[in-house]
Design a protein around this ligand. Structure first.
Ligand code: ZN
Length: 295
């Protein structure tokens, strides 16, 4: 509850986007601009049989921030719990606990309105290299490992062929009301993307010394073992971030990170992509209005 409440404090909406397939894309990015920032943060390959969603050249050139910021924002939605409200849920909590019927209506609206869910790889390729996205692209993201994301949201999304980005807090894996390792693996195997949301949801702005190992290195390794894929995307707990985190994320191979609704960093927008939290009070048409208004 405390976690939910804190999350809400930073509610107001927000996130945005990142890219897609591949080495061809990224090598294209590599020739984009010599004025860009050279990033050499790719993680070493674990093993030949490790399944990769895409491969990243160890040294690639990211275009200037102005190029990335100049691209039209892709809406990125952020969900937490997908369940009916309880009497004990505060008014505040209810704004971001989305009842299954509301979630179903939101997904139906997206499908009926012609939205196409994209992967974070697609978003990244778009932001970095301008790779074209499907019409009306949208990225659906889920934070905190809640079990109902697997049992309720995932089946609903499957009706429309939608894919999502699931940010996992590894301390909760297998605990009651949270997803298991097998469920995370199943999401990944079915084309959804797994991202890191730290070990136990501590505020990134307060990390020092070994905190980076506890909150980034170990959870990432665990998620890579579970999925058999590299973990490239990160979501800041509570949406809280500062630029001190950027080099720590980069050197660990994260290619982008997601915040909530703050203005992106003007120098490094890939590491503070905007998302909006979708409240349980929004029906399909209201969600559509917010998508149009905020992105
Ligand atoms: Zn969270």
């Amino acid at each position: 509850m405390k976690l939910l409440f804190t999350c809400f404090l930073f509610f107001i909406l927000s996130c945005q986007s990142v890219p897609d397939p591949v080495s061809s894309v990224l090598s294209q990015a590599g020739t984009a601009s010599l004025a860009g920032n050279l990033v050499s943060s790719a993680k070493p390959e674990k093993s030949a049989e490790s399944t990769r969603s895409f491969s990243i050249s160890p040294s690639r050139v990211i275009p200037p921030a102005s190029v990335i910021l100049g691209r039209k924002q892709v809406p990125v939605l952020c969900y937490h719990q997908i369940r009916d409200w309880k009497l004990t849920d505060s008014k505040t909590s209810r704004t971001y606990i989305v009842p299954p019927a509301a979630f179903a209506a939101q997904m139906r609206m997206l499908a009926d309105s012609g939205y196409h869910t994209i992967t974070p790889d697609q978003l990244y390729a778009y932001l970095v290299s301008g790779i074209r996205l499907p019409e009306k692209p949208i990225l659906l993201s889920f934070d905190d490992t809640d079990l109902d994301q697997f049992t309720v949201a995932y089946p609903e999304m499957k009706k429309y062929g939608f894919k999502g980005l699931f940010f996992i807090m590894t301390v909760s894996l297998g605990r009651p009301h949270y997803m298991s390792r097998d469920q995370v693996r199943a999401l990944s195997d079915d084309g959804n993307t797994i991202g890191s949301h730290t070990w136990d949801h501590h505020n990134v702005k307060k990390y020092e010394g070994k905190d980076w190992i506890t909150q980034l290195d170990k959870p990432t390794r665990q998620l890579e073992q579970i999925t058999g894929k590299s973990i490239r995307y990160f979501a800041y707990p509570f949406g809280l971030w500062n630029t001190n985190a950027f080099p720590e994320l980069k050197k660990r191979g994260f290619v982008a990170a997601f915040q909530l609704n703050e203005k992106p960093d003007p120098a490094d927008p890939l590491y503070c992509i905007r998302r909006i939290i979708v409240p349980g009070t929004w029906n399909g048409p209201v969600l559509q209005q917010w998508i149009r208004r905020d992105f």
